[in-house]
Design a protein around this ligand. Structure first.
Ligand code: ADP
Ligand code: NA
Length: 325
């Protein structure tokens, strides 16, 4: 049975980008139903990390979530580490997870080649992600391709736990399924337009951050990689840089890519339009960001954590009871 729970966590592993806004934060703002939206600070600790940077980024993420217009009345906004049920359930799920199945996770194989410093938390990261999902009894988890294997694990762990340790009133966990999110625009890096724009990119010139000022936005868009063909046409495979700029304008201005393409006949004018559209999108976010006091943000997220605990707490209690604690 679908509970209509929506869960979305953003990992503070860099600064939030306009890609994160278009693909995640803007849809979160429109979401209705039981929404649990958080900052997954624990997930930012799987690789060597700097503690003051982690605190700064977490605070910045929380403040930006309010600045973009997420609604702490309708939606539960919380910091993952402020809800101890996440780590509490993590351990119980480790007791049904297998070392082999974690070692086979594609992301671990990509990032986790043991260099003597590789953290155990990198291996067990998908178990914590399973706890994130299962605590709120989410039935459907919309994730991109890169995370679908992790949701499959959450599904396997829920089924295994339910089978081996049934609760007093039936299965402890809702078994989640992966759903393909509605195709939102997937913005790509301005300098490398065949890869997605990412907060963890190493070259900031290709990435527009939500807190970039107008001058930075204009400079980055002016230097965006295009091609040497004349004219403006939307051909993502042949002309990825140009297509990305058209998608950026379309997403920011709420227009179709073909409409935007028809309106322009040079890279110069398209880039000017793109810069204006991005600046107009970021301006109100940055204004609200400046108005929010850090204490006010902390208070909102502390209240959200209490609400998250009122759902997560009973799930963890049932799991503890079922497993024999
Ligand atoms: P990042 O690569 O910036 O670290 P994540 O992979 O952690 O981002 O994804 C966080 C959320 O932001 C997801 O919902 C993802 O779909 C969305 N997202 C990330 N990058 C983009 C992008 N370039 N375009 C659209 N949505 C994006
Ligand atoms: Na990333």
């Amino acid at each position: 049975t679908s509970t209509g729970v929506q869960l979305s966590l953003l990992t503070p592993s860099g600064h939030l980008t306009i890609g994160n806004y278009i693909g995640a934060l803007a849809p979160m703002r429109e979401a209705r139903g039981d929404c649990y939206f958080g900052v997954s600070d624990l997930h930012a600790m799987t690789m060597p990390h700097d503690r003051s940077l982690l605190r700064e980024r977490t605070a910045e993420f929380q403040r930006l979530m309010l600045a973009v217009g997420l609604d702490p009345v309708r939606q539960v906004l919380f910091r993952q580490s402020a809800v101890p049920e996440h780590t509490g359930l993590h351990y119980l799920l480790e007791c049904v997870a297998r070392v082999g199945e974690l070692g086979r996770m594609i992301q671990f194989k990509e990032k986790g080649r043991d260099n003597g410093e590789t953290r155990m938390s990198l291996l067990s990261y998908p178990v914590l992600m399973s706890a994130d999902i299962l605590l709120y009894q989410a039935a459907e988890v919309p994730v991109g391709q890169d995370q679908s294997q992790h949701v499959e694990l959450a599904r396997d762990l829920a089924q295994r736990f339910n089978r081996d340790y049934p609760g007093q009133d039936g299965p402890v966990f809702t078994v989640p399924v992966t759903v393909n999110p509605p195709v939102a625009a997937r913005l790509r890096d301005l300098q490398r337009p065949t890869i997605k724009m990412s907060k963890s990119a190493t070259n900031p010139a290709g990435v527009i951050y939500l807190l970039d000022g107008p001058d930075a936005v204009r400079r980055k868009i002016r230097r965006a990689v295009t091609d040497s063909e004349p004219g403006i046409s939307y051909q993502p495979d042949r002309r990825p840089g140009l297509a990305n700029l058209l998608e950026l304008v379309a997403a920011c201005a709420g227009r179709s890519v073909t409409e935007v393409a028809d309106d322009h006949d040079s890279f110069g004018s398209l880039k000017a339009t793109a810069a204006d559209a991005v600046i107009a999108t970021l301006e109100p976010i940055q204004r609200r960001y400046a108005e929010l006091a850090p204490d006010q943000v902390d208070a909102v997220f502390a209240a959200g954590a209490e609400r998250a605990r009122s759902t997560a707490g009973p799930t963890l209690a049932a799991a503890r009871q079922a497993i024999g604690l």
